[in-house]
Ligand binder design. Structure first.
Ligand code: ADP
Ligand code: MG
Length: 685
């Protein structure tokens, strides 16, 4: 058997199992062996049931009284049972794990481990892991836990893996002799640990292997990039100083540093490939405007790509505000733009210096005379192909400088690995005077008693407005809803944007409540956004179309309904719409109420730091989910130990050594084939 054989070759894998495995991306023997346990349960040293205390517990006993039922509301199944040992009995509960009904036989003994806690007035162990006592090595008490893939649960993977024990010995090493140990051993101990130490050893080996691949891919990309030519943009200190002096505020040190790094990069004849990352509200737009200014005043053109029409319009306004007075010619190009043909002619003739737009920028007939800089806001929202389309609009034989921006901070570990071919600037500082947003989780029933009064306070008072001499105006509110219509595809538990608008109009008759969603005509959206920005609208009920970038400093309270249905990064982005002015901002996360708030929501409640939350998100979901939405899971690292900086530096050194001798690369076919998938992620050419 070889690693590239299909999974059907494995003992115990018939066509049905193979189909499920394939569906989840496990196509070859290699994929199967690299489908590593998500975690290991520790069943050693169980506690007598009479002695357990709230917190994480391990118990051993028989289970009876298993029942399963549907929860009153939502689409939730609850499976319950009672575990007994010689000393007592305890209730165990699972949610949406109906298969537990079939897992146990009443006469066998099992280990259970999970959190023993108070729920609905009664102590129970919630969603425990379970394993048959006979299946666990009593010396180690360790059991791998696999991610369930469709009908294949963790235990099925354990069973299949057991049947394949013999093939591990046949696995050849992937890497040149830079790693300690062998791949065969590492994979074996990952699935069949004989101690905690052996798990760590296996993880280290496999993490190192993966890091090596990632870094090698990124380095090869960078090498390719360095072969390209770009038009150097001379740094004109005088002009830049004049620009900065004209701003209504002082640049933050981080903005200053980032701009400097960009200017230095663009002076070169090789294209810049720089990622500007900064938490929401850190002022990325202005840094981009500075870069665009430098290019425009040196005779080149700039394209700024934004993910939504609202955002493009807003960037256009921000850019115009600071650049028009220098005679820079700007244009907005979105789907709604009138006289497109006319505008495109001007762009081609070089009569426009900076074009800001959405996907409309990408069409073949949008041609430039001298495109020297491409700015991509929220870069992870665009696919590789879309980015490349824009890059190709520079004059033949030349590549534009590229500035990508993201508010989903990339943990440092990923920077060094996956994004190793990018240069990175970080805005790790918010403009002076900003206060962190106060975030609270509220259950649905608290809306009337707690939330509405708070909303009323906010609508009434406005320190910002007072400063501007406008005593009558209060602050504004975003209310985020999940669906556009009631009959959307999101289910009946969700109040739509339209219904919510109606209800809020009843609750707050003296205020103006409007709604916004992605299916509205661009002109309608713009009109609503403009009125919200100018303070004519008090409460804006919206879907996540306001998620990216929108900037209305007087909006100081956000309510996110059905908060549990969003990802952490997205919630942080949404929340970033408030807290952009000088006064205290609030974010209320509404949950439906009968489940304990998820870790996501609790983390969000605790922290305002996008970098920290990105680390949490990375741990919880893996990088593929976060950065790879448009990149087909190419980033789904099997081992999330990207926090190991020592291992990363070792792999970096070894990759450099390996690359010094290109003739060797041909000898490592599996390695070179494997990295091509990573290479597509950030490549420019
Ligand atoms: P993001 O990084 O989220 O894209 P923006 O570029 O939208 O942030 O900036 C957020 C707000 O901060 C804008 O209103 C912008 O005008 C303002 N801003 C940017 N830089 C500064 C600064 N140095 N001092 C004060 N306000 C700033
Ligand atoms: Mg932005």
């Amino acid at each position: 058997m070889v690693l590239s054989d299909p999974v059907e070759e494995l003992t115990g894998v018939g066509p049905k199992t193979a189909a499920v495995l394939n569906k989840y991306g496990i196509k070859t023997v290699k994929d199967f062996l690299y489908n590593l346990p998500r975690d290991y349960e520790q069943y050693a040293a169980p506690t007598s049931i009479s002695e357990i205390r709230p917190g994480k517990v391990v118990i051993k006993g028989k289970i009876d009284s298993l029942t399963s039922r549907r929860a009153r509301k939502r689409n939730l199944s609850i499976t319950e049972g009672v575990v007994r040992d010689a000393t007592g009995a305890v209730k165990v509960v699972w949610f949406n794990q109906k298969y537990r009904m079939k897992q146990f036989s009443p006469d066998k003994e099992y280990y259970f481990t999970g959190l023993y806690e108070l729920r609905n007035g009664r102590y129970s162990i919630v969603s425990p892991s379970a394993a048959e006592v006979a299946d666990i090595d009593p010396k180690t008490g360790l059991a791998p836990v696999y991610v369930a893939h469709g009908s294949l649960k963790s235990n099925d993977f354990k069973r299949l893996m057991n049947k394949s024990r013999d093939i591990f010995a046949l696995v050849p090493d992937l890497l040149p002799s830079v790693a300690h140990g062998t791949r065969a051993k590492a994979l074996y101990f990952a699935h069949f640990p004989n101690s905690t130490k052996s798990i760590n050893g296996a993880r280290d080996y496999l993490a190192y292997e993966e890091l090596f691949e990632l870094i090698l891919a990124a380095r090869l990309n960078r090498k390719e990039n360095e072969k390209l030519k770009a038009v150097p943009v001379p740094f004109n200190q005088e002009k830049v100083q004049e620009f900065v002096k004209g701003l209504p505020f002082k640049l933050t040190d981080a903005q200053r540093r980032a701009a400097w790094e960009i200017f230095q990069n663009m002076e070169k004849a090789t294209p810049m490939n720089r990622l500007l990352q900064g938490d929401v509200g850190s002022g990325k737009t202005l840094v981009a405007a500075l870069a665009a200014f430098a290019v425009a005043t040196s005779g080149g053109q700039v394209a700024v790509l934004a993910p939504t029409a609202i955002l493009a319009a807003q960037h256009f306004a921000s850019f115009s505000q600071v650049l028009e007075k220098f005679g820079v010619r700007l244009a907005l190009l979105t789907g709604a733009t009138k006289k497109k043909t006319e505008l495109k002619k001007q762009i081609l003739a070089g009569e426009i210096d900076i074009v800001i737009g959405t996907h409309a920028l990408l069409t073949d007939d949008t041609e430039f005379r001298q495109l020297n800089l491409v700015v991509i806001d929220e870069q992870h929202r665009f696919g590789v192909e879309q980015r490349q389309k824009l890059m190709l609009k520079s004059p033949a034989g030349l590549a534009p400088h590229l500035l990508s921006m993201t508010a989903t901070p990339i943990p440092r570990s990923l920077q060094l690995t996956v994004f190793g071919d990018l240069d990175v600037s970080i805005l790790n500082e918010l403009p002076a005077g900003r206060q962190p947003v106060t975030t609270r989780i509220l259950t649905g029933v608290e809306t009337k008693e707690r939330l509405y009064p708070m909303m009323r306070e906010v609508l009434k008072s406005s320190p910002d407005a007072k400063k501007h001499g406008d005593l009558a105006r209060g602050q504004q509110i975003y209310w985020i809803s999940r669906a556009i219509d009631e009959n959307g595809d999101t289910g009946s538990e969700i109040t739509s944007v339209k219904t919510r608008t109606k209800r809020l109009r009843e609750v707050f008759p003296e205020y103006r409540v409007e709604f916004l969603h992605g299916k509205m005509k661009p002109a309608e959206k713009d009109a609503i956004m403009e009125q919200f920005a100018s303070g004519e609208i008090d409460i804006l009920v919206s879907t996540t179309v306001v998620e990216v970038g929108v900037d209305v400093p007087n909006a100081n309270l956000m309510v996110i309904e059905n908060a549990e249905s969003y990802g952490l990064a997205q919630l942080h982005q949404l929340r970033g719409r408030v807290g952009r002015g000088a006064s205290q901002a609030y974010c209320y996360l509404l949950t439906s109420g009968d489940t304990y708030p998820s870790k996501r929501l609790r983390e969000l409640e605790k922290s305002n730091d996008g970098f920290y939350l990105a680390e949490v998100d990375l741990k919880m979901r893996g990088p593929g989910e976060i950065y790879g939405a448009l990149q087909h899971g190419a980033l789904d690292l099997r081992i999330a130990s990207l926090s190991d900086t020592k291992l990363i530096s070792r792999a970096q050194v070894d990759v450099m050594g390996f690359m010094n001798d290109p003739s060797r690369m041909g000898d490592y076919k599996e390695l070179m084939a494997g990295i091509s998938k990573y290479q597509q992620i950030t490549t420019l050419n």
